[in-house]
Design a protein around this ligand. Sequence first.
Ligand SMILES: [Zn+2]
Length: 340
Amino acid sequence: MQTKLTSILQEAKDQLAAATTPAETEEVRVRLLGKKGQLTEILRSMGSLDPEERKVLGQVANSVRSQIESLLEDKFTQVKNAEKDARFRAERIDVTEPGKQRPLGTKHPISITIDEISRVFMSMGYSIAEGPEIETVYFNFDALNAAPNHPSRDMTDTFYIDDEILLRTQTSPVQARTLLKQKPPIKIISPGRCFRVDTPDATHSPMFHQVEGLLVDEGVSMTDLKGTLDSFAKQLFGSDVKTNFRPHFFPFTEPSAEMDVSCFKCGGKGCRVCKGSGWIEILGCGMVHPHVLEVGGIDTEKYTGFAFGMGVERIAMLKYGVDDIRLFYENDMRFIEQFK
Ligand SMILES: [Zn+2]
């Protein structure tokens, strides 16, 4: 038995010399000192020896055990330190290495323009209303007084999903929805995406953006409309621009007008931007048609309102001198980055 104890001690030394990680060291410990370890079994079997023999062998066994324990302790310290060193080496930071550049994005010119328009109207107390881009024929046309034979309802102008659902051709359905939901006073603008069947060219895109506005309250007149939109034009294009209202027709307003601003490039003398006329058409507007208010459940004896709508791309093109609408959607960073 004594020989066996000596060989276990030697085995422990050999195995520990070969171990290089804490896990391997632990394996050696379990093999020798674990519940079913070699040394544990010997110690357990000593109960069957006679007392004299047990005394002698017991001393040897205990000495072997404490030697192995101290060997294990040393080894654990050694391999744990080695592991720590290796980790430090692996995680070392090279402070001289050049940093990685993270390119910073910029706002899209269309978003910038929508933000600018929104800021002007929000400063006048308007809030922002949004609605679905996939709209019902009812809200897109019927509720807005567009007669069943109105040309814009044609299949060749509008993206229909089925007989009753379409991609909205304007943001006006948001106005119809707001009229049903809110009681006057109503003061909203609705910026958003619209869709019309169009072959893309320098000035047309099947997808584009509008900002529309609606104000309904007691005693609202054409004077309020003109004052509001004149103030808007001055805040967006500069305090010295003049505005001009020309009679026009829209199904959902009566009377209706188009608003021009004096050319902010040439000051009205005539240039390429204003095509020599000195004026630039900016938006459509008018007093909300009583029928549209009635559909929205508004008492037309008590309330009147005005509405307006403008194309965001057109305003962005004019403001930034962009000559092709397709540039907005090509996602060419060289174009977008100019608006930083
Ligand atoms: Zn001009």
